[in-house]
Design a binder for this molecule. Structure first.
Ligand code: PA5
Length: 426
């Protein structure tokens, strides 16, 4: 399925020398005995997932199929990035058919909000608000405006049928509001934190509404849970990646650039950045997660990677079989001089760009490259890679004695902002 290759990683230590530490942490993860162990619900999610709830999502998607123009997903952080990453990876950036999806509740930008509201006018709209706590300010503020838009447009009763709330099973303002007004509600499990929640209703409901089969995502997730349930470093690529990061950090690399050669993986990189950054960046530790899409960014950041300060390594995600291809056409006059590529698939050109860049960065630039490949950009592969990165993140953080499942630092800006906004104390 997914493959990891450290051959271009310029590692100065053998990955296998970490076997003992990895075995100990593997047990800690599966026995849920490490720091943050209460948030390891994603480890056995393949067995514990509420299939009845998945059926409800599929039924709702079926009920609305072909009957709406735009799905608005309102959420931030873990309640936003995973769904967007999956939908863009699987459907592409300009899908031929099906409804449009837009995202709100992830910014305080007034311009963005005004443009979203304007964009929705005259369209048939569904709204999925997602918030585990139910109190996140960006999301709550946008939801208030979107709710008002829906009620003004459709009337309270019809709006109630078009709004779906994904939140805690019992607690929080959003749950109370949803129950009072009668929105369909979907549950975010207590033991799965935001950035690990894309395989719950947080990600699966928006995916289902956009025509992606949640069962396929879960099938990939289940297979990865089985394949990666081994502490043997020779057999567990996710753990090999986790260890490689720690080795490179010891070699002095402070940043990791997640690179793909497909623009529709740009949001997957954002999701990965949250997963690694929010899980690992604490106690004054961690590797800064950064990202780029090549070859686009070879014409901007490429210069820094090639010749700038040697503080970063690259993690390249390649796709074995891209969803679509185009053939370079022949031009009789060859005025642009591109005939040397006539008849070639553009995916081959992209592959050559990858191979040439790998050599340039590793051999000429001395930049370590870790390679990860996925077979395709299907729902199954998304499910598979989410477990792959979750288990790798847990391992790499525990190797650094970090709790991968909290985010205490996020509260600091909120405290200051609430003071400035005059938020009443409870
Ligand atoms: O990973 C996390 O826990 C965060 O990014 C949260 O998902 C984000 O802050 C949104 O929180 P909530 O779902 O409670 O609105």
């Amino acid at each position: 399925m997914m493959k990891f290759d450290a051959a271009h990683g310029l590692l100065k230590e053998e990955i296998g020398t970490y076997q003992e530490q990895v075995s100990r942490i593997h047990r800690m993860i599966h026995e849920k005995t490490g720091p943050g162990g209460d948030f390891l619900g994603w480890v056995d999610w393949a067995e514990t997932v509420d299939r009845e709830e998945v059926s409800r999502m599929k039924a709702l998607a079926e009920q609305w199929k072909g009957k709406f123009d735009v799905l608005v997903v309102c959420g931030i952080g873990g309640s936003y990035l995973g769904a967007r990453a999956a939908i863009e990876m699987i459907r592409g950036l300009y899908p031929e058919d099906g409804p449009e999806v837009i995202f709100a509740g992830n910014t305080f930008s007034s311009t963005y909000m005004a443009q979203v509201l304007k964009h929705l006018e005259g369209k048939s709209v569904l709204l999925n608000v997602i918030s585990k706590s139910g109190t996140t300010t960006e999301t709550a503020l946008a939801f208030r405006m979107l709710r008002q838009f829906m009620e003004d447009t459709y009337g309270a009763e019809e709006a109630g049928k078009r709004i779906f709330a994904t939140t805690d099973k019992a607690r929080g303002t959003l749950k109370a509001l949803a129950d009072e007004v009668g929105y369909a509600t979907f549950v975010i499990p207590d033991d799965i934190g935001g950035r690990y929640s894309v395989i719950t209703s947080v990600g699966l409901l928006p995916m289902a509404l956009m025509g992606i089969d949640p069962d396929e995502v879960l099938r990939g997730y289940t297979d990865a849970s089985r394949d990666l349930n081994t502490d043997d470093l020779a057999a567990n690529d996710a753990y090999r990646y986790a260890v490689s990061r720690r080795i490179l950090e010891k070699q002095g690399y402070d940043a990791e650039m997640f690179v793909s050669y497909e623009p529709q993986l740009g949001m997957l990189a954002e999701w990965w950045k949250q997963l690694l950054g929010e899980s690992e960046g604490k106690d004054g530790k961690g590797i800064l997660p950064d990202s780029a899409v090549f070859s686009t960014d070879l014409h901007s950041l490429g210069q820094f990677v090639q010749e700038g300060r040697k503080m970063l390594f690259e993690t390249i995600l390649t796709v074995d079989k891209v969803p679509q291809d185009v053939i370079v056409p022949e031009d009789a006059e060859n005025r642009d001089g591109m005939n040397y590529l006539a008849g070639k698939p553009m995916s081959w050109v992209n592959r050559m760009a990858f191979e040439g860049t790998l050599e340039a960065h590793e051999k000429t630039g001395g930049v370590p490259n870790l390679l990860i490949s996925v077979p395709d950009l299907s729902a199954y592969s998304f499910g598979y890679l989410s477990h792959w990165f979750f288990i790798a993140t847990a391992m790499t953080c525990y190797m650094l004695d970090i709790n991968p499942f909290n985010q205490p630092g996020v509260e600091v800006y909120k405290k200051n902002m609430f003071r400035l906004l005059g938020k009443p104390e409870k």
